[in-house]
Design a protein around this ligand. Structure first.
Ligand code: HAM
Length: 435
């Protein structure tokens, strides 16, 4: 009997794995461009970390965490997101005292949420994200928003929709919460069960309820913009002005409140709809936070960050045929004709690899046609044929897979010939040996 995948998980294999690798490479290049350094934190953390950061009024902590007791009776949780672990690490390692501020970290890795699986929503998924901690300037918020936007553009997306809102400072939010409670008190009876809970634990979350009848009620609710302190409003305006100055298009969405409790001031999401109309929800999201580091026992430092869902980014790129370089390629495919030729073929393969050429040697005794097909499927640039004649004369027959052109190369000249061939091709392609 076969064993199936746990619900909500998926294998990343073949072309898809190559595409993920490229997505991560582009993200890392973008983060590097802005001076961010990688941080890798554990997949398991103490449950308390997420209760204190993501927050016990969030859906994530209330019902989506993979939490278990380990054999030492400690409550452990598979991380539902990566920001909390990064903050814990900054505090534990006192990076704020030993490194220049802002601390700028990027990360890639799996996260786990017990959600109902659907298009673009998994129980194990991968995030790429950044955090900049320790500057208060709205320039820092703008920089991180632009980094995410540019990374997505570097991947090939055009027409990204940046939804943006401000949750203001704590005082603004407290006043707004009172106003919302007053308003929703009159409507609560007709609203969904989730909203009734949200009313008690975090009334702001009612604003992004997806139930159509509830949305009508939300339309009449008081607006955050009317409750912002002058400082909070100025801060938001400064960020918007920077986005304007750099022609980053955005849509202000006053109902954008985000599902994690740690945000204050600016929050944002990146959205994209494919030509076929596919929309998987936010491909990335983030915001500013003021109390994360101090709530975890560190000093009062604020920060800003975002995370993108790699599965969602992949699905959208694929749907719009924006995936590039995902086909398998190799430089040489060595085709020994018969047992005796394998010995020489094995040696030729080793020599080419030692010189940095991606080379596969057919190790089984296969006929020419079969090996040639394999060379094609491997995306080989050249086939190297070694038969009885070749062994005798210590030469190989090389075949350019694209042009079918064939020529002989002496064993001793192989590497020089390979260098010459790939130098020539490099004038059009940028080949990996030269990078
Ligand atoms: P989030 O909005 O919960 O924020 O997740 C960020 C992104 O992860 C989403 O926009 C989505 O692309 C992806 N994602 C979330 N859940 C799933 C899922 N079940 N399946 C597939 N993809 C998913 C955060 O996680 C924050 N830590 C972002 C942040 C960083 N804020 C400040 N710094």
């Amino acid at each position: 009997m076969e064993i199936n995948l746990p619900k909500g998980t998926h294998d990343v294999i073949l072309d898809e794995a190559r595409a993920y690798d490229r997505i991560e490479t582009v993200f890392k290049a973008a983060a590097d461009l802005y001076g961010f350094n990688e941080m890798r934190t554990p997949v398991i953390e103490h449950t308390e970390l997420f209760v204190r950061s993501v927050g016990d009024s969030s859906d994530i902590v209330r019902k989506e965490m993979y939490t278990f007791k380990d054999k030492g009776d400690r409550s452990i949780t598979l991380r539902p997101e990566l920001t909390a672990g990064i903050m814990r690490s900054i505090v534990n390692n006192k990076l704020y005292a030993t490194q220049d501020l802002p601390l700028k970290a990027y990360y890639v890795g799996p996260a786990f949420r017990y959600e109902r699986p659907q298009l673009g929503r998994y129980r194990q998924f991968n995030q790429f994200g950044v955090e900049a901690v320790g500057v208060t300037s709205p320039y820092s918020d703008a920089e991180v928003i632009m980094l995410g936007f540019n990374a997505l553009k570097m991947l090939g997306f055009e027409d990204i929709t940046l939804k943006i809102n401000t949750l203001g400072d704590e005082a603004s939010r407290n006043n707004y919460r009172v106003a919302l409670k007053e308003y929703f008190a009159h409507h609560l009876e007709g609203m969904c069960e989730d909203c009734k809970v949200r009313y008690e634990v975090n009334p702001l979350r009612i604003l992004d309820c997806k139930v159509p009848e509830d949305q009508k009620i939300v339309e009449g609710a008081p607006k955050m913009s009317n409750y912002l302190s002058p400082e909070a409003k100025d801060r938001f305006d400064a960020i918007l002005a920077l986005l304007d100055a750099f022609s980053v298009p955005y849509e202000i969405d006053e109902n954008l409140v985000r599902g994690l409790d740690y945000y204050s001031h600016v929050v944002f999401e990146y959205h994209y709809t494919t030509k076929k109309g596919v929309n998987v929800g936010a491909m990335g999201a983030g915001g500013h936070y003021d109390n994360l580091i101090s709530d975890l026992g560190g000093p009062a430092l604020s920060g800003v960050g975002f995370a993108c869902g790699i599965e969602r980014v992949y699905a959208l790129l694929k749907d719009d045929e924006l995936l590039v370089d995902t086909k398998e390629t190799t430089d040489f495919y060595v085709m020994p004709m018969g047992e005796e030729a394998l010995q020489d073929g094995f040696m030729v393969g080793a020599a080419l690899r030692a010189a940095g050429y991606r080379t596969e040697v057919c190790l089984e005794n296969k006929n020419f046609k079969t090996m040639f097909k394999r060379a094609e499927r491997k995306g080989s640039r050249f086939a190297i044929i070694i038969g009885d004649d070749e062994i005798k004369t210590e030469t190989v027959t090389m075949k350019n897979m694209a042009t079918q052109e064939q020529f002989k190369v002496a064993y001793g000249d192989l590497i020089a010939k390979a260098d010459e061939l790939f130098d020539l091709e490099d004038e059009e392609h940028h080949h990996h040996h030269e990078e």
